[in-house]
Ligand binder design. Sequence first.
Ligand code: ZN
Length: 326
Amino acid sequence: MRTRLYIIGLACLGFVGCTNGNDPHQPKNPPPKPPAKKTISVDFNADSAYRYVAEQVAFGPRVPGTAAHGNTLIYLRKQLARFCDTAYILNGTHTDVNGNLRVVNNVMGSFNPSSKKRVILAAHWDTRPQADEDSVHFTTPADGANDGASGVGVLIEMARQFKKLKPEFGVDIIFFDQEDGGESGGHPNTWCIGSQYWSDQALNQGYEAQYGILLDMVGAKGATFAHELNSVHFNHSLVLETWKTGQQLGYSSYFLNVRGNLITDDHVFMKEYAGIPTIDIIHYDLNTFNRFPDHWHRQTDNMDVIDKNTLKAVGHTVLHVVMNRG
Ligand SMILES: [Zn+2]
């Protein structure tokens, strides 16, 4: 070992005297450096996203089986059809962990549907049947402005932007039904029925996406987002890249480098059933016991909590990540 070090030392000394022009180790015509990758700048209109949130809320709580739910389903398909290359309702039934048959109406819009290289962006569109965290009105649903409508509103605005940006790869935008009807304190698989149904089908049909991003409760004033722990397990590099991008774009007060908690949300089934390494951008409140925002599953989850600045922070960041990741 010692001898070898000595030889290397001599070799290094020997190079000191070389001139660049005569250095036999330098190729005569070095290959040109590849051009630096140009950053694609993106636009995200928060007024427009806010309007898409308000329009959903105006239908009333989107509780499965209600007229408001049916009307919103038509609205969502129509919105995606305006901007995407294809848009359709994916409906069917799923037997949940308790043996109950659940009707599912997911909505999907796609750009470049035949492209092999794809990314998927998701949010849930249903409203929890009862605001059971509310101390007074706990048997009736809340408006679900943040829990449900905010993620969908951001994604509709992103669809509007993708139509202009014309990504060279495939983009799927999916709105999951029946995410929020689970049993409090019950089996985790009583939640996220729409994504369980879709992920089973996706696996059967050989659907593949490079990665996924789920948005849940992304519209409240002063929201903060931590590194949700399932997301860290599924796709740590995407968590880091997304948070770093958000911070670089000026949204450091939203994207915190804080370890979050472990949340069962649609991304769990997208990863565990369909194999798509998906992350969840979900409100993580530093000041509440359960780390969900104070209005979570309460009647206060209405348009009063929605802030355009938060919608912009999330939409701008995710759009930037998707377009520049390629
Ligand atoms: Zn919820």
